[in-house]
Design a protein around this ligand. Structure first.
Ligand code: TRP
Length: 326
């Protein structure tokens, strides 16, 4: 015993973008050295917003390749799919009895999703997905969960469920804490507050230097900087938010020259693409390796699922014993 445990999870939506890196992966890579980490692929969670599961396997493989290419180490922390470890659904069932529907209806993140996606008839599983997430976390007795702001309400529900179970049947579960990611999300290339595949405003971790250049050329900037030598306002410029992340050493100079009008948007974007491409180069190289060695990717998954399953099984045995089932 000793090291604390982290459970981190992501839905398999296919190739990841730089926003996933900045908002989550970068943090996971750092945390894997200080915690025992478990990396969950939330494939059942995809069903909450789309019944079309035809791309789920390919999306899972692409996501794992991105995880590996950005430095997540499966030797330190297993990668595994929710759907392949039946204990997730078993514990989920028990947890559904420990929380009220009124409590789930108050969850602000679920409410936002329902509004954003224009859903007028909410399915049972969508309302209940934070309960499945609680099972994901507590099956591995996660002490901490690295998440963005939007997931904090789910971690709170997880804590409530853990508390309720422990009071009713005896202590089995920790009450996990959210570990907030320091760098907030990256905006999309169109200036939307969120970089997202469905909004088609992303830079993928797998984009070639040419594609990155093309995408950046179309990115929005300060709308008041119309001509090259007009003074710009970095504080309202999307590209400047990327410069801060991908050109940290040049950022002061860029800011000054944008404000004075010495730096035009075309040149600024070229610098930005170069910074992003420098960051992506080693990722692309590793990606290329795994694309040509897919058997290694499958081995990672097999091995991770074997390790995760052993832990999950042990927790479920403890749960059944406390509850006097068999
Ligand atoms: N709900 C998370 C998302 O939509 C994914 C997720 C599922 C998760 N289970 C988890 C995240 C457990 C952290 C821990 O992104």
């Amino acid at each position: 015993m000793g090291r604390k445990r982290i459970l981190s999870g992501m839905r398999p939506t296919g190739k990841l973008h730089i926003g996933h890196y900045v908002g989550a992966l970068e943090n996971w890579v750092k945390l894997q050295n200080d915690y025992d980490s478990f990396h969950l692929i939330a494939d059942y969670h995809v069903l909450t917003t789309s019944l079309d599961t035809s791309g789920i396997y390919d999306n899972t493989i692409e996501m794992i390749i991105d995880w590996l290419s950005t430095g997540l180490d499966p030797a330190k922390s297993p990668f595994f799919r929710q759907s392949q470890i039946k204990e997730h659904t078993e514990l989920f069932l028990i947890y559904t009895m420990l929380i009220t529907t009124a409590r789930l209806e108050r969850n602000p993140t679920v409410k936002d999703q329902i509004r954003e996606l224009n859903i007028d008839n909410v399915i049972f599983g969508h309302l209940g997905y934070p309960v499945l997430q609680a099972a994901d976390i507590l099956l591995y007795k996660g002490d901490a969960v690295p998440v963005g702001e939007d997931q904090v309400p789910h971690v709170e529900i997880t804590r409530e469920i853990a508390r309720k179970f422990n009071q009713q049947y005896g202590i089995v579960f920790p009450e996990p804490e959210p570990l907030l990611t320091a760098f907030s999300r990256l905006q999309g290339l169109d200036g939307n507050s969120k970089m997202s595949k469905s909004l088609n405003n992303t830079v993928l971790l797998s984009d070639s230097p040419d594609i990155v250049g093309q995408k950046l050329r179309k990115a929005v900037t300060d709308p008041q900087k119309l001509r090259k030598n007009d003074p710009g306002r970095p504080e309202v410029c999307l590209v400047f938010t990327y410069q801060k992340k991908f050109n940290p050493l040049e950022v002061n100079e860029i800011e000054e020259n944008c404000r004075s009008g010495a730096l035009g948007c075309v040149d600024c974007k070229a610098k930005c693409s170069a910074g992003i491409n420098r960051f992506l180069a080693p990722i692309l190289e590793k990606r290329n390796y795994y694309e040509n060695n897919r058997n290694e990717v499958l081995d990672v998954l097999n091995d991770g699922e074997t390790k995760a399953r052993a832990v999950a099984k042990e927790t479920m045995e403890e749960v059944r014993q406390k509850m006097k089932f068999g």
